[in-house]
Ligand binder design. Structure first.
Ligand SMILES: Nc1ncnc2c1ncn2[C@@H]1O[C@H](COP(=O)(O)OP(=O)(O)OP(=O)(O)O)[C@@H](O)[C@H]1O
Ligand SMILES: [Mg+2]
Length: 282
């Protein structure tokens, strides 16, 4: 264990206001001075953060502060938005994620995404899971693969007798677990989740939260959430973003503070974080 203040090479996590060293962080992503533009508009400015292996990292902050924008950079989903551009650097296991030789399709296989609104394909439950592995030419018995993914997503028992049924016949919570199973089926390393519970009731939300804890044994998870209790309950580290207005009156998303979740929620370094988590702002 190193004492606070002792610098650990390559694992320093920087918030603009309060540089701190986190212990035993095994970095999967390192974000250095990331700014993201939509055309000329700089939506997010100068973000530095590190995502730890098999940790759950939560991104919180008021609407429009750039959480989804930053999340989409982790699997190059922003590439699909015309005019979107990232400046700065994101490394994935030390390699430049935006390097010339990097195949964005392979990036998105390794780094999966689950969205706010469950979005199963209008196909059978089975085919929703089998689709990705087929497209990726994965070997192995498909039935086993489907069962494995549904089991990992805590959905198998509920659907095992109706695999041929259309996925759209499932409840919202079941559809979201199906989408998580679909993400898992292509054997990613990282799962990105953008407000995965915001369309779900409290019971379905609890199931997804339990599932995230379970999955974090095998996967690195980054979650955007508006629910601060959720961030506090599930995550190891939390990044708090806000929007700042510059001299010209333009709003830019900024990372205010990034730290262990327990610290963010009990003893934040920045007044703006404290105001947000205590509900005084946002
Ligand atoms: N496709 C896009 N084209 C242009 N501007 C965009 C696009 N997507 C997001 N923006 C802008 O970038 C800024 C950050 O948006 P983003 O969606 O990342 O915020 P957010 O923190 O995820 O908000 P919310 O909590 O409401 O989902 C906003 O000003 C938004 O209008
Ligand atoms: Mg968003």
């Amino acid at each position: 264990m190193s004492e606070i203040g002792i610098s650990m090479p390559n694992v320093t996590v920087r918030g603009p206001e309060a540089p701190r060293n986190l212990e035993s962080l095994d970095p999967v992503f390192q974000v250095e001075d990331l700014s993201v533009f939509y055309g000329d508009y700089e939506a997010v400015r100068n973000v530095d953060m590190t995502i730890g292996n098999r940790e759950i990292t939560a991104m919180i902050g008021p609407s429009g502060c750039g959480k989804s924008t930053v999340l989409r950079c982790f699997n190059r989903m922003n590439d699909l938005i015309p005019g979107a551009r990232a400046a700065g650097k994101i490394t994935y296991h030390g390699e430049d994620l935006y390097g010339d030789h990097v195949d964005p399709i392979e990036v998105r296989r390794r780094i999966g995404m689950v969205f706010q609104k469950p979005n199963p394909f209008p196909k059978s439950i089975y085919d929703n899971i089998a689709y990705g592995p087929r497209v990726n030419g994965m070997k192995g018995k498909m039935d086993d693969l489907v069962e494995q993914a549904l089991t990992q997503a805590a959905l198998w028992d509920e659907v095992k007798d109706k695999l041929k049924q259309n996925a759209l016949s499932l409840s919202g919570g079941q559809q979201q677990r199906l989408c998580i199973a679909r993400a898992i089926a292509v054997k990613p390393e990282v799962i990105l989740m953008d407000e995965p519970c915001s369309a779900l009731d409290p019971i379905a939300t609890t199931k997804i939260e339990d599932l995230m804890q379970e999955l974090s044994r095998d996967y690195t998870i980054v979650i955007v959430t508006h629910n601060m209790q959720q961030a506090a309950r599930v995550s190891d580290r939390t990044a708090f973003f806000t929007a700042e207005v510059d001299e010209a009156g333009v709003r830019h998303g900024r990372l205010v503070e990034f730290d262990e979740t327990s610290r963010i929620f009990t003893n934040p370094a920045d007044k703006r974080t404290e105001d947000y988590i205590t509900g005084r702002f946002g």
